[in-house]
Write a protein that binds this ligand. Structure first.
Ligand code: AMP
Ligand code: MG
Length: 391
């Protein structure tokens, strides 16, 4: 049995970022940037009005001043107009500032009479003018290599005229859920059977991590079926097998992998839940064997599979987001494995929730955070702890 840190290091050493690809910004949401991007245009691109109103020379505009309206400047085309003392130009939000104008008076602050407006307010230089480059200057970094491409980053790329973006490689993943006891949701269930909940759990976690769920199938506990299923799944970048990695006579995943010539790099990690976790390579495919108990599958996915997927996709940040929270109870880990406790993080507090047992799916379904307690560690109620947020 190796430590969690050793297991993680081994996995992250084995997996490598996949070759990047170019794609439309419309399809790049939640992927990782594969190169640095820099602004090639300033934002705003030209001085423009922040309001519907009147472009003026500020020094002209004492309260009560009367100005002659000499033209109109809408957004979309720069009419190259010019304002001089005693004059104003009707202007609209986003329209280019006319030459000579250094402020905009919003339309609510003027009275218009035909070709004349009366200014009902004092006006400062630059008021309601959005200056060229005040938000973003040319050459500033707008997306870093390995950064997640969120909606606002896509908008920023679009604002620079980029229609495509270079993103990290695609990770295609297969899932095999093993167990003679498994019935598919929607099927009639027989005495002794249970519904397969890991397939949908792992597919969902995989999608959230950014991998593509290439296939998901169930397999009974017999070596021939398992062998065939694994052989076919090994064309993907990763294969996740649920169940069958423990030590019982029906746990055939490891022996079948070995028969197929796979290299087993890790089996059994000092983590609770999730001890029988397995990692290996079948040809070019990385194989993750997760224990069948739903909470174990969940925890080992998040601690080992997720970082591997992210690394293959070219991410900088491989960890779940952490936030500080006040513990509501005393906790101690007097066991021999690091313990991941499921809990609810709410209003700055973290409270363990549900039965802390590896089969207890309902408790897991009520949680939104994990607290890792090291071997021998004891924590007191009221202490501030860092918890991993997974939802
Ligand atoms: P195993 O790891 O195969 O020894 O399974 C451990 C426990 O997890 C057993 O109680 C199984 O019935 C349960 N289990 C295995 N696979 C699944 C699954 N796909 N969905 C829900 N529970 C499962
Ligand atoms: Mg089993």
């Amino acid at each position: 049995m190796i430590s969690e840190a050793e297991a993680r290091a081994k996995i992250l050493e084995a997996v490598r970022p996949l070759p990047p690809r170019k794609m439309s910004i419309a399809d790049a949401l939640d992927l990782l940037g594969a190169e640095d991007y820099f602004a090639r245009l300033p934002l705003p691109m030209f001085d423009n009005s922040a309001m519907d109103g009147y472009a003026v020379v500020a020094s002209d505009c004492k309260k009560g001043a009367r100005l002659r309206v000499i033209g109109e400047q809408p957004a979309g085309v720069d009419r190259k107009l010019r304002v001089s003392n005693g004059e104003t130009i009707r202007i609209f939000t986003g329209a280019a500032m006319p030459a000579g104008a250094d402020a905009v008076v919003m339309q609510e602050d003027v009275t218009r009479n035909g070709d004349e407006v009366v200014i009902n307010t004092d006006v400062d230089v630059d008021e309601f003018v959005r200056k060229r480059g005040c938000d973003l200057g040319e050459g500033q970094k707008i997306l870093g290599k390995g950064d997640r491409i969120v909606a606002t980053k896509l908008a920023l790329l679009a604002s620079q005229g980029f229609a495509q973006v270079s993103v990290g490689g695609e990770v295609r993943a297969a899932i095999i859920s093993t167990g003679d006891e498994l019935a598919k949701p929607g099927e009639k269930i027989q005495p002794g059977q249970i519904y397969d909940s890991n397939s949908v759990l792992l597919q969902s976690l995989m999608k959230r991590s950014g991998a593509v769920a290439a296939s998901a199938g169930n397999c009974s506990d017999d070596s021939d079926s398992l062998r065939a299923a694994m052989q076919s799944a090994a064309k993907n970048e990763i294969l996740i097998v649920s169940g069958g990695v423990s030590v019982g006579e029906h746990d055939l995943v490891q022996s079948t992998l070995r028969d197929l010539g796979a290299k087993i790099d890790i089996w059994r990690v000092a983590i609770k839940p999730g001890k029988p976790f397995l990692f290996g390579q079948l040809g070019r495919c990385f194989v993750f064997g997760l224990p069948g108990n739903p909470v174990s599958a969940f925890v080992t996915f998040l601690q080992f599979v997720r970082p591997a997927i992210l690394r293959m996709m070219g991410a900088n940040d491989l960890d779940l987001p952490k936030i500080p929270a006040k513990l509501t109870v005393d906790l101690i880990n007097d066991g021999e494995r690091a313990h991941y406790l499921r809990g609810k993080c709410e209003n700055g507090n973290f409270a363990p929730i549900g039965r802390e047992e590896s089969h207890a799916l309902f408790g897991l379904s009520q949680s939104n955070a994990l607290l890792r307690i090291e071997t021998g560690e004891s924590l007191k109620a009221g202490e501030i702890v860092d918890v991993q947020i997974w939802e």
